[in-house]
Ligand binder design. Structure first.
Ligand SMILES: Nc1ncnc2c1ncn2[C@@H]1O[C@H](COP(=O)(O)OP(=O)(O)OP(=O)(O)O)[C@@H](O)[C@H]1O
Length: 307
């Protein structure tokens, strides 16, 4: 069933003259991992805070689980890690969670289950202050999971983590998603998010530039050919792929051509007498796409101009 969990309609937040979020309309569906992507200062945290009812929009609306942000019907079903929760340094991870669980009217058992879900059960008895940053972050996710929320909101969950900590966090999100958890996470690290998100919304300068699956955003797969002479490689490529699907780049020729047609291209090049040095699939990373998109918007990149 494709249920919509979050819908925003032209959500906007202005701080004085500064337009932090401008006309953002996004949709998060049930069971998906939605990546809210953009560089620092793009408006991600402000948007998430509006969804959680922590900041009042200047204009536009948001509906979460059928409720307005901040309504009990919504907040009771959202688990959020937006600002790091305050944990007691000398209490163990488990006791910290149990304290939080009691505040929320949730059982100790639920706290222990949340600890297990973030793979901290083994270290649950150790003092919070002895945890690595990655473990602290995972405990934060456990606290957001208390009460089994329908929507988990994580603001930059990998911030400050080393590569191993990031990999752990990615695995945790993937595992939660496999259990059916809907996750909305923000990140400025596009390369790592493309692996774990079903769909992404790309935001820059407060505006949503695109919303789609990672695959759609990255577009058609391309082949990179390095062969000599280059002009011969270019004309053969155009014959095989069509004039519009071929582009001359620094180190060769890029073709919009499915990988399965690489042998056909290789044969045509060899028959024409070209020396092939390399033919390989070259997928655009989300990062490439993102830079292209934000470059397109650089002419009006100053949020002040949106006034
Ligand atoms: N309380 C506030 N008062 C004034 N300006 C604010 C406030 N909160 C955010 N802003 C501004 O709004 C813009 C968007 O900030 P926001 O924190 O939402 O971005 P972000 O994408 O989450 O970035 P980061 O990854 O750095 O947190 C920034 O220009 C920021 O300076």
């Amino acid at each position: 069933m494709t249920n919509t969990i979050v819908v925003t309609d032209r959500l906007t937040k202005r701080y004085g003259d500064r337009l932090a979020v401008s006309d953002v309309s996004l949709t998060v569906r049930s069971g998906e991992v939605y990546g809210f992507l953009g560089p620092n200062g793009a408006g991600k945290t402000t948007t998430l805070r509006m969804l959680l009812g922590l900041v009042r929009p200047t204009s536009g609306t948001a509906t979460i689980l059928g409720h307005a942000p901040g309504e009990t019907g919504a907040t009771s079903r959202i688990g959020a890690l937006v600002e790091g929760p305050g944990f007691y340094p000398y209490l163990s991870g488990r006791d910290n969670l149990r304290v939080m669980a009691r505040y929320q009217g949730v059982s100790d058992r639920a706290a222990d289950e949340a600890l297990a879900r973030v793979d901290l059960a083994d270290r649950g008895g150790d003092a919070f202050k002895s945890y690595s940053l990655g473990m602290k972050q995972r405990l934060g996710v456990a606290s957001a999971l208390l009460g089994e929320p329908d929507l988990l909101v994580l603001d930059e969950p990998t911030n400050g983590l080393d590569p191993a900590g990031m990999a752990d966090m990615r695995k945790l999100v993937v595992d939660l998603a496999k259990q059916g958890q809907t996750v909305l996470l923000s990140s400025h690290l596009l390369a790592e998010v493309q692996e774990i998100c079903d769909r992404v919304g790309v935001i820059a300068h407060g505006r949503l530039l695109a919303e789609s699956t990672v695959a759609e955003l990255r577009g058609a797969s391309t082949l990179l050919v390095r062969a000599h002479p280059v002009d011969l490689a270019l004309s053969v490529s155009m014959r095989v792929a069509g004039d519009d699907a071929v582009q001359l780049i620094d180190d060769g020729v890029r073709l919009e051509l499915p990988e399965e047609r690489a042998p056909e291209l290789a044969r045509a090049l060899v028959e024409a007498g070209a020396d092939i040095h390399e033919i390989r699939p070259s997928e655009r990373s989300l990062e490439d796409v993102f830079f292209e998109m934000t470059a397109d918007h650089s002419d009006h990149s100053d949020p002040e101009e949106n006034r």
